[in-house]
Design a protein around this ligand. Structure first.
Ligand SMILES: [Zn+2]
Length: 281
């Protein structure tokens, strides 16, 4: 599942190549994947591309947008005469001729360019929404982890209200956005905090340490292009390399970099959770 760093990298790659290009045609291969009135954006230029939480937003004049979420297996691939850029769930579609059998939506752009939305499992979507509709949706989410709004005071206030395990609270999008499973495991290890601790048992200095660690791993995730795990295709400019910087995620039975203890794997909230019982207390 693409996490915040992977989505941020898609936005950074698509922005420069699609901005200024006009939507000439929209072909929907799977109705479920495209919602709203295509007519509202046809013939309009994409002004810019932005991200909030894991939403990808294509901005158009007249307060129109195409908002998208990749969910489990979505990917965007942009192709023109010279470039092939994009990202998302790693599959052979990164390198195959497109459209493929996983292409759900095809946006034909000016300049002989095409933006493909591929999605094996069809949980992802594109939606035509006006600005107020986008803002209303965004309002349901907590601040992004890599923004100043994600402050110690803010997090302390939220954590004080829940006795759920801190890892689950940290991954709760209504509290804070962007800390997916991989990054939550790693941030808790760097902060020396057990994922099982009730969120409301953390001291202010522990929350500060955790917030700092979470921002640190997300920054590294963004810098390295995110984590590309289980990939069998490795295309330059598509795959990230955070998987080479993992602290504990996927390292069951190996030594903790912080203390040399042995990393264990447990299930927490249905998710594989890696931590070092020796130094994470
Ligand atoms: Zn340790």
């Amino acid at each position: 599942m693409p996490e915040l760093p992977e989505v941020e990298n898609i936005v950074r790659k698509l922005g420069p190549v699609v901005s200024g290009k006009t939507i000439e045609d929209i072909t929907v291969f799977r109705d479920k994947s495209f919602q709203g009135e295509a007519d509202l954006v046809l013939g309009l230029p994409i002004e810019s591309v932005s991200r909030r939480a894991k939403f990808i937003r294509f901005h158009f004049p007249g307060n129109q947008n195409i908002l998208s979420h990749l969910k489990m297996t979505g990917q965007f691939i942009y192709v023109d005469n010279e470039n092939r850029v994009g990202g998302g769930h790693p599959t052979a579609d990164w390198v195959k001729e497109l459209p493929s059998r996983h292409t759900r939506v095809q946006l034909s752009l000016s300049g002989n360019a095409t933006l493909f939305f591929n999605d094996q499992r069809v949980f992802g979507w594109l939606r035509v929404l006006a600005d107020p509709e986008v803002e209303a949706l965004y309002g349901k989410y907590g601040p992004d982890i890599n923004t100043p709004a994600a402050s110690i005071e803010y997090l302390a206030n939220k954590f004080a209200r829940t006795s759920r395990p801190v890892k689950i609270a940290l991954m709760d999008n209504s509290i804070i956005c962007g800390v997916g499973n991989i990054y939550a495991c790693d941030a808790l290890n760097l902060a020396g905090i057990s994922p099982l601790r009730p969120a409301n048992s953390l001291s202010l200095s522990e929350i500060e340490k955790l917030l700092q660690s979470a921002k640190q791993v997300i920054d590294l995730g963004i810098k390295t292009g995110g984590a590309t795990i289980d990939n069998y295709v490795n295309l330059d400019g598509f795959a990230g390399s955070y998987q080479n910087h993992l602290q504990v995620y996927g390292r069951e039975g190996e030594k903790c970099y912080q203390c040399g203890g042995v990393i264990e794997k447990i299930k927490l909230g249905g998710r594989g959770t890696y931590y070092c019982p020796h130094c994470q207390v």
